[in-house]
Design a binder for this molecule. Sequence first.
Ligand SMILES: Cc1cc2nc3c(=O)[nH]c(=O)nc-3n(C[C@H](O)[C@H](O)[C@H](O)COP(=O)(O)OP(=O)(O)OC[C@H]3O[C@@H](n4cnc5c(N)ncnc54)[C@H](O)[C@@H]3O)c2cc1C
Length: 326
Amino acid sequence: MSRILVFVATDGGRIRRASLEVLSQARIQAAAAGMNVDALIVSDSPAAHIEGVAAFGPDRILTIEHPVFTDHRNQPLLAALAAAIRETGPRAVLMASTEATKDVLGALAVRLGAAAIPDVASFKISSDSVTALRPVMAAKQLARTSSASDCVLVSVRSGSYESVPQAGDPPVEALQFAYDDSGPSAVLREILTAGGDAVDLNEARVVVAAGRGVKDAEGKALVQELADLFGGAIGASRAVVELGLFPATTQIGQTGKVVSPELYFAVGISGAIQHVAGMANSRVIVAINKDADAPIFQYATYGLVGDLYKVLPPLIAGLKAAQAAG
Ligand SMILES: Cc1cc2nc3c(=O)[nH]c(=O)nc-3n(C[C@H](O)[C@H](O)[C@H](O)COP(=O)(O)OP(=O)(O)OC[C@H]3O[C@@H](n4cnc5c(N)ncnc54)[C@H](O)[C@@H]3O)c2cc1C
């Protein structure tokens, strides 16, 4: 029976939400196409993640365990993915589109002589081909791409699918993996993080993004308060990053991060296409802008026209009251 291999990325002891979305969708499509789904965990301690992956119903869990995976490095991950794919011969290999998989996808395709369709918003696997829709031209267009290659690698944007648990008790198989770290390779010297308790933008279910309408500490405090209400992450437009109001790590858009949370607040953001390229895939978009003609309203599910300094305090108070009422 044909197989689909899903690489389940882990980070800091957690399974990445986007990987579970991909696994859920793989399971649904495999059931329809009469295929099996293998979930692959590559980690220094895969056992910690088996229960979490089993809860999303793969037919089998494959593990690759090695101390080299304590921190992410491209070369070992590339070697592990290539080894697992060679061992299992899947029809399609699916993974969440993360910084790590963006780094290795092309090299993996070359190494295996496989086709690669990166950063897709949706995919369809059949017995003879894989077809995907990819946002292109700053997400203004969707390109339909398909491959009939024997093995097709697909990376999927986070938020493209729901993560749907399905209890199961799949067999777990450890794959042999030897890694020679003695050759010339990149050396990990230091990991720099945004620090603090900041919520990871890629993983956040709610993102509150600030634009040039947020002018000062008072505006930043309102954005932070709104984000805190949801346990959400703070994002920013390039304009306010360039002004030094928000760190570069928060920039969303064509030259920043691509996010697709369940709920995206655009606060004082005009909706330039370069910004929209990074958030258009969000499930629900709430735009707050004093200009009723701002382009962001074309993308918004809900729009609030008004001065954010006047709109946000009652909105936050209302949300707090609603939360308190359960
Ligand atoms: C090659 C290239 C790459 C780029 N990459 C990115 C990118 O990755 N991400 C990105 O964001 N941009 C990017 N840009 C920049 C982009 O074109 C816009 O300039 C930028 O997104 C504008 O940011 P903004 O919406 O915050 O500011 P503005 O366009 O100045 O909009 C500010 C908005 O705030 C509203 N406003 C003002 N005061 C208030 C208030 N008190 N209450 C409510 N609303 C208010 C205004 O009505 C306005 O709509 C890129 C540009 C280029 C050329």
